[in-house]
Design a protein around this ligand. Structure first.
Ligand code: TXA
Ligand code: MG
Length: 337
C-alpha cells in the first residue's frame, strides 16, 4: 500500500506499523529504505528475510538528529563530529563504535554501528514521530532484493518487495545513489562506499585525509553488501566502454540489428556522446554531463532498460575525476555480475 508521505495520517500509520514490529518503505534523499525499529530484533530479522540478505551484513540505523547518535554509539571521534556537523542531515553514513547493549542484530554482530540522519522531509518527520514514541532509530537498508538495483521511487519499492508493504511516497529521490559511508572506528576516516559527496568536500570538513578502503583495511577486510564486487545489478548484462569503443560497437551493431516489428530492443546505450540516428533494436538514453545529474537518474534508467526487455546495456565509462566516484562505483559493481 502506498501512502502520501507528506500527510500526518500517513506518518501516524507508519509509526503504528513500526511500533508493532512491521516494516515500512521509507523515502530518503538517497534511495528508498526498508525500515524497521532498529532495537526490535524480530522486526530486524524480517528486514533480512524480506531482502534475502545474509544476516551478517549490517544495516544502517537512521536517526532524527545528531543527538540520536548517543543512543547507539559508544563515543564520537572529533573528525566524525565534524563530518556530522557539515553533512547532517544528508547523504553521509558514519560507522561508529556501538554501545554493546543496543542493536546487535541490526549491526550483524559487529561491534560497530552505521548511523545516518537523512535530509528527506518525510524521513525526518517519521524519525521524529518515532522518537516521540520511544523508537530511537530505524534500521533501513535499501528497499531492494539483495544484490539488485536500489529503488528511487515508491513504485520501485513495490516492484521489489510487493504491494502489501506500507510505503510512504516521498517522490523521486533527489540524490539517487546511496550515502557515502565513512568508517570512524580506526583512528582516521576510511571511505567504505563513495556517494555524491566528493573526497575534497569530506576532507575539508574533517580536516584530515580520508583513506581509501582497500589501502586502509587490506584484502582481509570484512565484506559488506554495498562493497561486494557484484551488486546493484540490472537483469540485463551491463558493460562499461570508453566512448570511442561504444560508438564503434553501436555502429557495427546498427548494421546488424534488424528488429522485427513489435520485438523488444536488444541493446540499450547510455552515453554522454551525442546519439546516432534511431536504430531498430537499439534503445538510447543520453547520459547527462554532470555526475550529480547522472546519480539522480542512474538507477531508474537501468530499471527502464530492464523493463524494455533489453539483453545488453552498454554504458560509457564515467570520467576519472573524484566527483564521478560514486557513479563509477555503482556501474562497476553492476557490470561485475
Ligand atoms: O543511502 C543509504 O545509505 C541507504 C538509505 C536507505 O539510507 N541505505 C543503504 O543501506 O544503502 P544498505 O543496507 O543497502 O547499505 C548499507 C551499507 C552496507 O554496505 C553495509 O555493509 C554497510 O552499510 N554497513 C552498515 N553498518 C556497518 C558497519 N557497522 N560496519 C561496516 N559497514 C556497515
Ligand atoms: Mg543496498
Amino acid at each position: 500500500m502506498i501512502l502520501p508521505g507528506g500527510q500526518p495520517d500517513s506518518i501516524d500509520a507508519a509509526v503504528r506499523a513500526l511500533a508493532a514490529g512491521e516494516l515500512v518503505g521509507l523515502p530518503t534523499e538517497t534511495v528508498y529504505g526498508l525500515a524497521a525499529d532498529a532495537c526490535n530484533d524480530a522486526a530486524v530479522a524480517r528486514v533480512f528475510a524480506a531482502k534475502g540478505r545474509p544476516s551478517d551484513h549490517p544495516l544502517i540505523v537512521h536517526v532524527a538528529s545528531a543527538a540520536g547518535v548517543t543512543k547507539f554509539a559508544q563515543h564520537i571521534p572529533a573528525f566524525a563530529q565534524s563530518l556530522m556537523d557539515a553533512f547532517w542531515p544528508g547523504p553521509l553514513t558514519l560507522i561508529l563504535p556501538r554501545l554493546p547493549c543496543v542493536a546487535a542484530a541490526c549491526a550483524g554482530g559487529q561491534d560497530s554501528i552505521g548511523l545516518r540522519c537523512p535530509s528527506h522531509p518525510v524521513a525526518l518527520a517519521l524519525l521524529k514521530a518515532c522518537a516521540e514514541v520511544g523508537i530511537a532509530g530505524l534500521a533501513a537498508p535499501s528497499a531492494n532484493q539483495f544484490g539488485r538495483i536500489s529503488p528511487t521511487t515508491a513504485a520501485h519499492v513495490q516492484a521489489e518487495l510487493g504491494q502489501e508493504l506500507l510505503t510512504l511516497d516521498g517522490g523521486a529521490c533527489s540524490v539517487g545513489i546511496e550515502s557515502s559511508i565513512i568508517d570512524c572506528t580506526r583512528g582516521a576516516p576510511v571511505l567504505l562506499r563513495p556517494g555524491v559527496l566528493t573526497r575534497a568536500q569530506l576532507e575539508s570538513a574533517c580536516g584530515c585525509a580520508v583513506l581509501e578502503r582497500d589501502a586502509a583495511l587490506g584484502p582481509g577486510a570484512p565484506r559488506a553488501s554495498g562493497t561486494l564486487e557484484s551488486h546493484y545489478a540490472p537483469k540485463a548484462k551491463l558493460r562499461l566502454m570508453d566512448s570511442e569503443s561504444l560508438k564503434t560497437a553501436a555502429r557495427l551493431l546498427g548494421a546488424e540489428l534488424t528488429a522485427s516489428p513489435g520485438a523488444p530492443p536488444a541493446v540499450a546505450l547510455y552515453s554522454r556522446a551525442s546519439q546516432s540516428s534511431p536504430t531498430p533494436g537499439l534503445l538510447q538514453r543520453r547520459m547527462p554531463d554532470d555526475a550529480v545529474a547522472v546519480a539522480r537518474e542512474l538507477f531508474s534508467v537501468l530499471r527502464d532498460f530492464d523493463a524494455a526487455g533489453v539483453k545488453l546495456i552498454w554504458v560509457e565509462t564515467p570520467p576519472p575525476s573524484h566527483e564521478w566516484d560514486g557513479v563509477r562505483d555503482r556501474l562497476q559493481r553492476a557490470a561485475a555480475s
